[in-house]
Design a protein around this ligand. Structure first.
Ligand code: NAD
Length: 487
């Protein structure tokens, strides 16, 4: 029987369900970009609090600025916005139905319903997961990309914006004019300084059309930085089957690993749930936790996923069983990344490497190389190149990081070594693929992508290592390059 609020009592006893009265929940959070990750992470932390009998005035209203999410919205509304979370613990799989989300706004080109909801004083937090590449940041300068057509549109049409940020600004204007204080903007995307980046985008976009409003937002709203962590694969037939095997007929379940971390700056201008009671950490040193995570875990994902795609290894755990890929991952992490990562309370870079090695090797998680390799143009620039720059500045080894860039360049050519096609896997795929094809005979053509590498292409040590690796990959194969590096 399909998942419904009224049928929760009919689920098997082994499935954990909300013990709180969902009809009595009231909204406090609007979440934009309601994908799988949010439902396994922030929505779960809130659900935990609700299970403890608190935070019932903080329920989540889902939202999207993309029509592509309409089918998912229909699926979630049809099941009363309930989500079955499948925990992929290698010692046994379990299911939990999460009920902290209570609505999903209509998806509209002018975002009128979204703006009205965010202008409601009951909403005290607007949270987002709109992907790393979704913040209109110039990848080379790190500044606001004011000339992007979406930003130019929202500048010209501030009352009918097309982006999440334009909608937030329109709602904040209404709140200011009504004498209501602002909400906090909370990014849950994998970006270093995600709150600062969200502030930059919102305030800079507001400044294009209304400088006084931009000042008001900058001075009164808050944008807490946060580090988020939980590996959440995309949902496909296997995840649907996992939910059914647990006795739940959920049209949009989410599988996730048996590990979560959330470190949040305690800077919420309109209050917040006590997420720490559900295991989150409030800290003034978020940047140190996120530097460790982004430079080691997220960069590590890119190291193995690009190689996995080229060598037709479909999953991340499969990559960890592949001697060449696993050896490459371990050595780059230890020799080239860890020296640029500081310890955080209770975790050294060495112990963190052991933790992520075990997490990546979890065979219960069917996380695809393709999903992890998606959006390399944001992920390489955000996760790998900062360490490469530090290594070049400090004179520490960068050979494996250069190989990681060569593997990415090889992957973007669009074929695996077995001759099968790699379907487009990046918002900038056409540009990347053209550069990757040209780089086959002339590796410098890849590095000349200014928007990715900036002045890194001019660094002789990096350029020479990249040239050598890419030529070796094309001539002898990726495995030969991985083995040569390990030797
Ligand atoms: P998903 O594909 O399930 O959902 C992404 C959502 O973002 C969709 O609703 C999509 O429409 C929306 N979106 C994408 N680009 C957008 C844009 N430019 N503007 C507005 N909305 C946009 O993906 P997910 O697994 O939920 O991951 C989303 C983000 O969460 C990641 O990019 C990452 O920053 C963060 N995250 C994910 C994981 C994970 O393991 N999946 C782990 C940690 C953090």
């Amino acid at each position: 029987m399909p998942l419904r609020n009224a049928k929760l009592g009919c689920l098997p006893d082994s499935v954990s369900v909300p013990v709180y009265d969902r009809k009595a929940l009231t909204p406090g959070i609007v979440h934009i970009g309601l994908g799988n990750f949010h439902r396994a992470h922030q929505a779960w932390y809130l659900h935990r609090l609700m299970q403890y009998g608190i935070a019932h005035d903080w329920a989540i209203i889902g939202a999207s600025v993309r029509q592509a999410d309409a089918p998912q919205r229909d699926r979630l509304l049809a099941q009363d916005c309930l989500t079955t979370l499948i925990e992929l613990d290698p010692s046994g799989i379990s299911a939990e139905v999460v009920g902290s989300m209570i609505g999903y706004l209509p998806i509209e080109d002018d975002n009128a319903a979204l703006i009205a909801q965010m202008a409601d004083p009951a909403i005290r937090i607007v949270a987002l997961t709109v992907t790393e590449g979704g913040y209109y940041v110039d990848p080379v300068t790190g500044g606001f990309d004011a000339m992007h057509p979406d930003m130019q549109h929202d500048k010209a049409h501030p009352d009918t914006p097309r982006t999440a940020f334009g909608a937030m600004i329109a709602a904040l204007r209404q709140r200011r004019d009504a004498g209501i204080g602002p909400f906090a903007g909370q990014s849950c995307d994998n970006l270093q300084g995600n709150g600062a980046i969200l502030r930059q985008t919102v305030v800079s976009l507001a400044r294009l059309s209304d400088p006084a409003l931009a000042d008001w937002i900058d001075q009164n709203a808050s944008f807490p930085n946060a580090m988020v962590d939980c590996i959440v694969p995309a949902t496909g037939p296997a995840e649907l089957a996992l939910a059914r095997a647990q006795g739940v007929d959920d049209a949009a379940p989410v599988a996730h690993e048996n590990y979560r971390q959330w470190v949040i700056e305690d800077d919420f201008c309109a209050g917040r749930p006590d997420w720490d009671q559900a295991g989150a950490t409030f800290s003034n040193a978020v940047h140190r936790y996120e530097a460790m995570k982004i430079r080691m875990l997220n960069a590590g994902h890119q190291l193995i996923a690009n190689a996995g795609e080229i060598l037709s290894v479909p999953t991340i755990s499969g990559c960890m069983e592949h001697a060449g890929i696993a050896g490459f991952f371990a050595r780059v992490e230890r020799a080239e990344i860890a020296p640029h990562v500081d310890a955080v309370p209770g975790i050294t870079p060495e112990s963190y490497l052991a933790l992520i090695t075990a997490r990546f090797a979890n065979t219960a998680i069917v996380d695809t190389s393709r999903r992890v390799a998606f959006d390399g143009s944001s992920r390489h620039t955000g996760f790998i190149l900062p360490t490469l720059r530090d290594g070049l500045a400090a004179g520490t080894p960068i050979d494996g990081l250069a190989l990681a860039e060569a593997l990415w360049a090889r992957m973007c050519e669009g074929t695996r070594e077995d001759g099968t096609e790699i379907a487009p896997n990046d918002p900038h795929w056409d540009t990347l693929q053209a550069a990757a094809k040209a780089a086959r005979d002339n590796p410098g053509a890849w590095l000349s992508q200014q928007q990715v590498y900036g002045d890194l292409a001019d660094h002789p040590a990096f350029a020479a290592a990249f040239d050598r690796w890419l030529r070796m990959i094309w001539q002898d194969g990726a495995e030969a390059a991985l083995t040569a590096y390990a030797a």
